[in-house]
Design a protein. Structure first.
Length: 203
């Protein structure tokens, strides 16, 4: 599976803003004047602007809503989406693609640093049932983390299997979808489910 990483701009620091435009990511270090100027320039042509920084912090950086509104006076507020912070759990990555040679294919593995260091993933054909998917999850090298390692609660593997099964069905039934990336998928103790915290769909 191919996963597009962010393009770094003007270094990195604790205060940054990630933007996505035309399926390309950009990270701005808003502590630097050049990055703030770049953001205001992008506001003049952006289709959608999303940030998860407190308004007071944005104002301190000289990027208040008034400043953004001045840069794009034609923009209209179409709504506000408020989401809760997700609790910690076991982090997985789940992806799917319509491969021209292999057909609908699913990738499952452990996320975060584990994905980058260990490449602990499995490639599965779409159409597996939940029991087969759960068995594949337990073939991952870090699978003990799903079953209560060192006294931790066992994770909701059934919920992950259901998610993977549904994702495979969607991709197999929709040839126009090139790729779906769910990263991360946070898995909680048995009976509490799993949730995709971010998703990218490419057509």
């Amino acid at each position: 599976m191919r996963r597009a990483g962010p393009t770094r701009h003007d270094g990195m620091a604790s205060t940054f803003l990630a933007l996505n435009r035309n399926k390309r990511s950009l990270v701005l270090d808003l502590k630097k004047p050049r990055a703030r100027d770049a953001l205001l320039r992008m506001c003049r042509s952006a289709d959608v602007l999303i940030h998860n920084i407190r308004p007071s912090a944005m104002a301190r950086l000289g990027l208040s809503y008034d400043a953004v509104a001045a840069a794009r006076p034609d923009l209209m507020l179409d709504g506000v989406l408020v989401e809760p912070m997700a609790a910690r759990g076991v982090e997985l990555i789940v992806g799917a693609r319509n491969d021209p040679h292999w057909g609908a294919t699913i990738l499952v593995g452990f996320g975060g640093v584990s994905a980058e260091l260990l490449h602990d993933v499995r490639l599965l054909p779409a159409g597996l049932d939940r029991a087969a998917i759960a068995a594949e999850l337990r073939r991952l090298r870090l699978a003990p983390l799903l079953d209560g390692f060192r006294g931790a609660p066992a994770m909701d593997v059934d919920a992950v299997a259901a998610l993977v099964e549904a994702l495979g069905a969607v991709v197999a039934a929709t040839p126009a979808i090139r790729e779906i990336d769910l990263n991360p998928v946070m898995v909680y103790p048995r009976g509490h489910g799993a949730i995709a915290l971010d998703a990218l769909i490419q057509t």
